[in-house]
Design a protein around this ligand. Structure first.
Ligand code: PEP
Ligand code: MN
Length: 638
């Protein structure tokens, strides 16, 4: 029944008319937004979604936008505030020029001649439906969500059912509907407050309006008392669990009063002296001024060498022995890790050892053995260079040059690898701060190499039970400062094989772009770092847990184990989906919302189409099954 809503282009302006103020709103002509848009003599321009309104405002296609902020019955209009919040945080520079309060009378409207007794369902915008939950329940009418109030009137006019629309009288009349009940709002004197927004350089702000991002509600509980503001809490994201809009507050005062650490104030409508607290925009100053390359504000750097691709959502697994010990040893291990889905082969030929009498690596000869293994398994090489005079020769054979932890501040070496024309994996020094680490990356980049990967490999702490302490906090702290890929090395952090898988999983879940893991098929006889090496079978388990893609060289029994693990996960996920669907059903019933939502169903289908390109039939079957099961969970009878 719900037809596809095409995104409308803004109406063409009449070229002869004097310059008019084009004001965008979400919805169809006749929507409450249109009233707000016309409030100051503007020409209302309808858009299918709030996102489209903001896009048009950003492109200058309209002069102003109106957004519903707050309704007398239900409070914050989250549908509008979420897109507004994300546009502001993406850097759309807006000011609020005024607020308009629009009286809201929600007319229950039907096709001519439909008696009220026949009305079983009523269509409207979710925010409008929330405003008449109780009345509809008392009338025994089921709410049905659609994209707009006036749009609901259009749907009902074109439909053969006895459903109703909830919209303004004006919208009902425009669609030729009869009004059965003038106002089904749960409260008299319903109204919605709209904010008028313009691009910052197009207007001088007049209405104080601020937007807070905060990780805790308690941090802001007293702000309304202190500033006299109206706080509109919004559901947040996992990253920022609570967000609030603040109406009528003095943003500067708010800023001064807000607990500094976890509250970010973004002001609409006042000059923003606190702009320095906004996340810097792309194309503007680097996050750390003195590090213009490593902390430049730009899209994620993706380092790509053959099958190895890391950064910007691409994830990598670098695996292999600590040191290359013989042609056979590296060939065997290379085959094992490649079969498990590793995307690059590691192996040291120059080894930085604490004891000068310990095995120092087989040098250039071992580089040949490593190269042969790399060719055989078609994985690029990651290997360490320890001295400036090694760089050129190693760079001829190795696709990625590693700077070891001990050399992180060997500035001549950093400059030399920066000129070698190869991507660089830069280990963090065991005693280096994250700033020093970024500084080292800057050396490489300033010398010409932009493809730098930062590798957290554990820092030295007082804790003796591990060789180092994997500093995932430090790794995460670097994430917002840099566009470079972040790699974690659980092997050198742990120093013991039994902890490698746990640390690897932790780093992976924390969002590391890649891992580098040491693997040896005879750890007891390994010439270096024997205690931390994973045997191939355990590496396979890790690879399976991280959902790497095995190849056909993996023995069949192991491939089966791989698929079994996926089935297990899939079944678990299906169970979780059903559980959450049931909770959603309960929640909707408690809040009086329609349990069935055709728009949601379409969105679920889209998710599966996107995840399963070229397998539409499979996607449809899966969605049909899931929806059928979810309905059973939500006890909906067809
Ligand atoms: C290595 O990767 O083998 C190595 C020596 O690492 P790090 O420099 O992190 O100790
Ligand atoms: Mn090692």
């Amino acid at each position: 029944m719900l037809r596809e809503i095409a995104d409308r282009e803004p109406r063409e302006a009449n070229a002869d008319a004097p310059a008019e103020l084009k004001v965008g709103y979400q919805g169809e002509p006749g929507a409450f937004g249109e009233v707000a848009a016309a409030a100051h003599g503007g020409v209302p321009v309808p858009f299918a979604s709030f996102e489209k309104v903001l896009e048009a405002l950003g492109q200058g296609a309209i002069d102003e936008a109106v957004f519903p902020l707050e309704n007398a019955v239900v409070g914050a209009i989250t549908e509008a505030l979420e897109p507004l919040a994300s546009a502001v945080l993406r850097g759309l520079d807006l000011v609020a020029t005024s607020l308009t309060s629009v009286p809201v009378r929600l007319a229950l409207s039907v096709k001519q001649g439909t008696p009220i007794g026949d009305v079983k369902r009523a269509w409207s915008h979710p925010a409008a439906l929330r405003q008449c939950t109780q009345r509809l329940a008392a009338l025994g009418i089921e709410p049905v969500v659609c994209y707009d109030t006036a749009g609901a009137a259009k749907i009902i006019a074109a439909d053969a059912s006895t459903d109703a629309a909830i919209c303004s009288r004006h919208a009902a009349e425009m669609s030729g509907l009869d009004v059965l009940i003038e106002d089904v709002s749960d409260r008299d004197q319903n109204s919605t407050r709209f904010v008028h927004l313009r691009q910052a350089d197009h207007a001088r702000a007049r209405v104080p309006l601020a937007f807070l991002r905060t990780s805790s509600m308690t941090a802001t509980t007293r702000l309304d008392v202190l500033t006299g503001a109206t706080l509109l809490p919004l559901a947040g994201t996992p990253e920022h669990p609570v967000r609030m809009w603040v109406l009528g507050a003095d943003a500067a005062r708010l800023q001064a009063l807000a607990p500094a650490r976890d509250v970010q104030v973004v002001s609409l409508g006042q000059p923003a002296p606190h702009a320095s607290r906004l996340p810097p925009k792309e194309g503007t100053a680097p996050a750390v001024k003195s590090l213009p390359h490593a902390t430049a504000r730009k899209p994620a750097t993706v380092v790509e060498v053959g099958p190895f691709k890391v950064g910007g959502g691409h994830r990598a697994m670098i695996a292999g022995p600590c040191s290359v010990e013989s042609p056979e040893q590296v060939m065997r291990i290379a085959k094992e890790v490649a079969a498990c889905g590793a995307t690059a082969l590691r192996g040291g030929v120059f080894k930085p050892r604490t004891n000068p009498y310990a095995f120092q690596g087989h040098g250039y000869e071992a580089l040949e053995w490593l190269a042969a293994a790399s060719r055989e398994v078609k994985l690029p090489i990651v290997t360490e260079v320890m001295a400036v005079d090694q760089v050129q020769q190693v760079a001829q054979k190795a696709e990625v040059l590693q700077i070891g932890a001990r050399n992180m501040q060997n500035f001549d070496l950093l400059r030399a690898v920066g000129r070698a024309g190869r991507p660089v994996l830069l280990k963090r020094g065991a005693g280096a701060t994250t700033d020093e680490w970024l500084g080292a990356a800057e050396y490489v980049m300033a010398s010409g190499e932009s493809r730098v990967m930062l590798c957290e490999r554990g820092i030295r702490t007082f804790e003796p039970s591990t060789r180092n302490t994997l500093d995932l906090g430090g790794m995460l702290a670097v994430r917002p400062l840099t566009h470079l890929p972040l790699i974690a090395d659980p092997s050198h952090a742990a120093g013991r094989a039994d902890l490698v898988e746990g640390l690897a999983r932790a780093a992976w879940s924390a969002g590391a772009d890649g891992l580098i893991v040491e693997v040896h098929d005879d750890p007891a006889r390994a010439l270096c770092d024997n205690e931390q090496a994973l045997v191939p079978a355990r590496f396979a388990e890790l690879a399976r847990a991280l959902a790497l893609e095995p190849n056909a060289h993996l023995p069949l029994a192991q491939l089966r184990a791989w698929v079994d693990a996926i089935d297990h996960d899939l079944a678990e996920l299906v169970k979780r989906r059903l559980d959450v669907a049931r909770v959603i059903g309960d929640s909707k019933r408690q809040t009086g919302r329609a349990v069935l939502d055709p728009k949601r169903e379409a969105a679920v289908r889209r998710t599966y189409y996107e995840a399963l390109p070229g397998a539409k039939q499979l996607a449809d079957k899966l969605v049909d099954l899931l929806i059928e099961a979810a309905r059973a969970q939500q006890s909906i009878e067809e």
